[in-house]
Design a binder for this molecule. Structure first.
Ligand SMILES: [Zn+2]
Ligand SMILES: [Zn+2]
Length: 352
């Protein structure tokens, strides 16, 4: 079926209206009319070919919320009129050990990303993302919007399926909960979700930031403390006190001052992806206290639904600024200046 959206035609020009074909609805497919789509930094990297793998034209967007229009004949979990979401993945091999354990994000056979992956259903074409009116997705990779959420909240749910799950998954994996002392490095799209989620899990949360202006904001979002990571005295006082640190900063930076804040056996997990590697960490920072440096990538399919249910139960949503589709290029420029609190979401009704 024909649909329209906004696409990047090459690395250098702004996004423009673009029409393309979606596959017809197969037995296990859900046909979704997109209502909202969040804007993620990965969208900008891909639009501008900064990861050197963009297939043009590219339609970005992997924080999708919409309403089901029709379902394939085998689909039992979804019905027309249901509100549903789609995140960063639309398929995986389903047979490798990772897929079998519900860790599709680590699929060894190769997963299909929501955009810019070769589309197994549309030979020779890439997958096209959520900056569009409609999408057709396999039911396994479609999430139910929990009934507890009200319609007025829908726009602010879109970022949960990327920024939300990217921070939820490591917080769960390292068993953050009541009694945990957690540090969150950086307050952007990921950091603001990390604070809300760690707080909702019952942890004592400290925001570590380089901007004095963000300290108050961090506390408003649920952090118990906010500390300037450039202030040596304050950082020294925190030495050896954290069980877990989630580092959300995507720019290359010195990890050592944060690492020193971990207790024995503490873990720092990286979720930001810098273009240039971080400076090396002295090995004795790991050996002397058996600390661990780790990384984490989005989350599994069942875990993403679990995260949405957790957010519904604790009334966690993303702080967003709603924009119309013709403001998208301006939104990109503002994101590059960190001028957004904390995620842009496109109102897809503005696309005609
Ligand atoms: Zn994303
Ligand atoms: Zn797999």
């Amino acid at each position: 079926m024909k649909t329209h959206g906004y696409g990047a035609l090459n690395a250098d020009s702004p996004l423009k209206p673009f029409s393309f074909e979606r596959r017809s609805v197969g037995p296990h497919d859900v046909h979704i009319e997109i209502l909202y789509c969040g804007i993620c930094h990965s969208d900008i990297h891909t639009a501008r070919n900064e990861w050197h793998d963009t297939i043009y034209p590219a339609v970005l967007g992997h924080e999708i919320l919409g309403v089901v229009k029709q379902v394939g004949r085998e689909v039992k979990r979804f019905h027309p009129g249901d509100h549903v979401m789609v995140g960063c993945l639309v398929d995986s091999c389903r047979t490798c050990p990772s897929c079998k354990q519900g860790l599709e994000q680590y699929c060894e056979g190769g997963f299909t990303l929501t955009y810019n992956s070769p589309d197994p259903h549309m030979k020779g074409k890439p997958t096209y993302g959520g900056y569009s009116k409609q999408i057709v997705v396999d039911e396994k990779f479609t999430f139910q919007v929990p009934k507890k959420f009200k319609k007025e909240q829908f726009a602010s749910l879109a970022p949960l399926v990327c920024a939300g799950i990217t921070t939820y998954s490591p917080l769960r994996h390292w068993k953050v909960g009541k009694g945990s002392r957690v540090g969150i490095v950086g307050l952007g799209g990921l950091g603001h979700m990390a604070i809300k989620l760690a707080h909702a899990m019952g942890a004592e949360v400290t925001l570590l930031t380089t901007s004095p202006g963000k300290m108050k904001d961090g506390k408003k979002l649920g952090a118990d403390h906010a500390v300037l990571s450039t202030e040596q005295g304050a950082m020294e006082k925190l030495g050896g006190t954290f069980d877990f640190i989630l580092n959300t900063v995507a720019a290359s930076h010195n990890l050592e001052p944060f690492f020193q804040l971990l207790k024995r056996d503490g873990t720092m997990c990286l979720v930001g992806l810098p273009d240039v590697p971080h400076p090396p960490l002295p090995v004795w920072e790991l050996t002397l206290k058996r600390r661990q440096l780790s990384g984490s990538f989005i989350g599994g399919i069942a875990e993403t639904q679990e995260m949405l249910n957790f957010c519904a139960e604790h009334n966690v949503t993303s702080d967003i600024e709603l924009v119309s589709i013709d403001q998208i290029n301006e939104a990109y420029e503002r994101m590059l200046k960190n001028d957004v609190k904390y995620r842009f979401v496109i109102d897809m009704s503005s696309l005609n």
